[in-house]
Ligand binder design. Sequence first.
Ligand code: LLP
Length: 427
Amino acid sequence: MNHFNYQTDRLHCEDYPLDSLAGTYGTPCFVYSASAITTAYQTIKSAFGYHNPLICYAVKANSNLAILKRLCDLGAGFDIVSGGELVRVLSVGADPSKIVFSGVGKQTNEIEAALAAKIKCFNVESEAELHHIAEIAERLGTTAPISLRVNPDVDPKTHPYISTGLKESKFGVPMNQALRLYAAAQSLDGITVKGLDIHIGSQITQLAPYLDALDKMFILIDQLSDQGIVLEHFDIGGGMGIRYEQEPDFPIEALSDALQQKIANRKLEIILEPGRYIVANAGILLTQVLYTKHNESRAFAVVDAAMNDLIRPALYDAVQAVLPVIAQPNPSERFEIVGPICESGDFLAKDCLIDLESSALIALASAGAYGMSMSSNYNTRGRAAEVLVDGAQAQLIRRRETIDDVLAAELNLGTVTSAPSSTNSAG
Ligand code: LLP
C-alpha cells in the first residue's frame, strides 16, 4: 500500500487530505504515516524472521519521541550515537537491554550515562575509546559490554559522504588490527566482549557490498573463536536503501537468505541498525509556494521550506520527488523549487514538471529520514512542525518553533566570564 496517495484529486497521507493538514498546522510541516512506519518495521522483521534479529532503529534518522514510542511499542531496540539520543529513547520507555551505542566520539558523560542505564552494548570504534570506556567502567565498579566496530574495507557504492566502510574512512577499527584489539579488550577488567559490529554506509541499493563484508567478518569471527574469543552477537549495521526515484527495492530477503547461508551453524544473535528503511518513505515535507519567478532560462518556485528544513538536496545532491497536493492532469512547466535562504545551494528540487502558482501546496516525498533530524535554525528560521497521521486521525507531534524558542538559549546576556589570569597577563 502506498501511504501517500491521491483520493479523488487530493493527495492524502493515509486517509487525511494534506491540504487540510496544511490549513490546521501550517507549513512547512513534516507529515508522517504511522502505518508506513509499522509496515517497514514489520517488513524487515519478517524478512529476517529466520534470524529473529534484534532491530535497533537508528535514532538519528528521525528522532521524534512519538515515532520512537511507536517503534518501542513494536518491540524495536535502538541504535544511539549520543547521550541526547539515550535520553530520548529512555524517555519513551526503551528497554536498555535493546540499546546499542555507536559513534566515533563518545564522551565521558555519555559513556557514564549509558553504563548507568545498563545498555546492551557499546560499539567501540578505536583502541583509545576501548581504553577510555574500560577506565570509566572500572572507576564505576562495573564492566562495559562491547563490540568492536570493524571496518571491512568494502565500497558500498553510495554517495561518498555516506560511505563508511572503506578503509580511508574515520569509522571502525582496521581489519588488520581487529584480532589484536579483541585480545586487548578481553584482558581489560572493565570490559566484557560481546560481539562484532559493522556499518558500511547508507542508502545502499546493492547486495554485493554486504556480502563482501559478511564474508570478511565470518573469517574474523572464526579466527577469534580459534583464539578462545567466542562472540555472542553480530551487528550488521543499517544502510538498506529505499526508493527515492528509480532505485530498485532493497533486496532485504536476499540479504537475510545470504546471511542464513553464511552464518551456517554458528550461534550468533543478529542485530540490525536500520534507520532510513523504516522512516524515509513514511514522511513528506509539506510546503507552500510563496512566489513564482522567471528569468531568461528558468522558472523558480520560492516555497516556505528551505535547506534548513531539508538539507539532503543541497548536501548530497539528493533527488526527492515533488508531488502537487492537488493533482494536475497536464503539467506543462519545469520549475526549480527553492527556499527563502540566502544561498544558491538552497534548493529542494530541480527541473520539476509541475504547474505552480502562489499559494499552491506541494509535498517533497521520502522526507521521513534525515529531514527533521538534520534541520537547523539557519537564517533564524524556526524548525517546522511535525504531524503523525494514523488512518483519518492526525496528531501534532512537534509544534512549530517560535522565534522565542530559537532565541531562548541566547538570552543569558548578563553573564560575563573573564579569561583565567595567566591568559590575561600574557600579553
Ligand atoms: N548505524 C550506524 C552506525 C550509522 O552510522 C547509521 C547511519 C545507521 C546505522 C543507519 O543507517 P541507515 O539505515 O539510515 O542508512 N544523512 C544521510 C545519512 C547518514 C547516515 C549516517 N549513519 C542522508 O541523509 O542520506
